[in-house]
Design a protein around this ligand. Structure first.
Ligand code: C5P
Length: 312
């Protein structure tokens, strides 16, 4: 068999509620993932061993050795399925690196899907999801795509119905933020303020807003418990969020552990206006328009149309 190409979406968290840390260092979450039309492309070619080459936006910051999560995903799949072959992985990055949009996790999910097809292992989706959960808390969602609530570490997923499309603008920041560092800062800020941290509850108001198809209702309930920590580590994000809100975004929040900021627009045209305003105000180098929800990682052929993510 020849090569296989997989396209995989970025995510934004529409609601991220963080509980206290457990003994394993992970926090209990209620995490509403939403897949958006900013996609990485991963191709897998037959080879004797597993290797990776990374190109595209921010690729110089992605490790191209055995620590790359996509390489670890391919090796885990080979070991699980008893496959004695390798794959040459090529990743074309478009998802911001270390940006809070789960780009590394998306590439790992894409590697599972690509190698499963390349090696003809045809594992059940549930097995791929279980392997994804072993690789990281955010790896299972890009297999599913759409919108889903994650509980536990965030990897126990339940799909969520969404009426219509949501139009977004993403403002990537210079440099990334380390996810463990942001969680640690969240714990530190909470300890400092004496806040009593509760076990996170459901996201009922958001789920009802998503069913309604009214972006204004969705915008009003977007929430991220990690935002104060991300802003504490990157104070400049406060201005980015304020500019988006002043320009009429229905909601403005840090995406996941940041530093990318996400803005919900009324329509596609409004998203284009917002992106221009954010870029003009100099709060980010190139704001990017996208929409969601979009499907999860899937094998593509040359004839497939690429969901384009408009850089401004
Ligand atoms: O699972 P993953 O490697 O993506 O997680 C990265 C880091 O994020 C973890 O090492 C941990 O510090 C933090 N994390 C957490 N609680 C979660 C998910 C992630 O503390 N539920």
């Amino acid at each position: 068999m020849g090569g296989v190409t997989v396209r995989v979406p970025a995510k934004v968290n529409l609601e991220l509620c963080v509980g206290p840390p457990g003994d394993d260092g992970y926090h209990e979450l209620v995490n509403v993932f939403h897949a958006v039309s900013i996609v990485d492309e991963l191709s897998a070619e037959p080879a004797d061993d597993v290797s990776v080459v990374v190109t595209g936006t921010g690729s110089t910051y992605v490790p191209a050795d055995d620590s790359n999560l996509a390489v670890r995903a391919a090796r885990l799949l080979a070991e699980t399925a008893g496959v004695d072959r390798g794959a040459e992985l090529r990743i074309r990055k478009s998802i911001p690196v270390a940006g809070g949009m789960a780009g590394g996790s998306a590439d790992a999910a894409a590697a599972l899907v690509a190698c499963d097809a390349l090696w003809g292992t045809a594992l059940p989706r549930d097995t791929l999801i279980e392997l994804a959960g072993r690789l990281g808390a955010d790896v299972a969602f890009p297999l599913l795509g759409g919108t889903a609530v994650g509980r536990g570490r965030g990897d126990k997923l339940t799909p969520v119905p969404v009426e219509g499309a949501l139009h977004w603008v993403f403002a990537p920041a210079e440099g990334g933020l380390s996810t463990p560092r942001v969680y640690a800062e969240c714990d530190r800020l909470r300890a400092e303020s004496g806040e009593r941290v509760r076990t996170p509850r459901g996201a009922e108001a958001l789920l009802a807003a998503l069913r309604s198809g009214d972006p204004e209702r969705v915008g009003a309930v977007l929430h991220n418990d990690l935002q104060p920590a991300a802003v504490s580590l990157r104070p400049g994000l406060a201005r980015t969020l304020a500019v988006g809100a002043a320009e009429g975004a229905l909601g403005a929040l840090v995406s996941g552990s940041g530093p990318t900021c996400a803005f919900l627009a009324r329509t596609e045209a409004h998203a284009a206006d917002l992106a221009l305003a954010l870029t003009r105000e100099g709060v980010c180098r190139a704001a990017r328009c996208a929409y969601g929800p979009v499907p999860g990682a899937c094998v593509t052929t040359d004839a497939d149309l690429c969901p384009s993510d408009g850089d401004v």
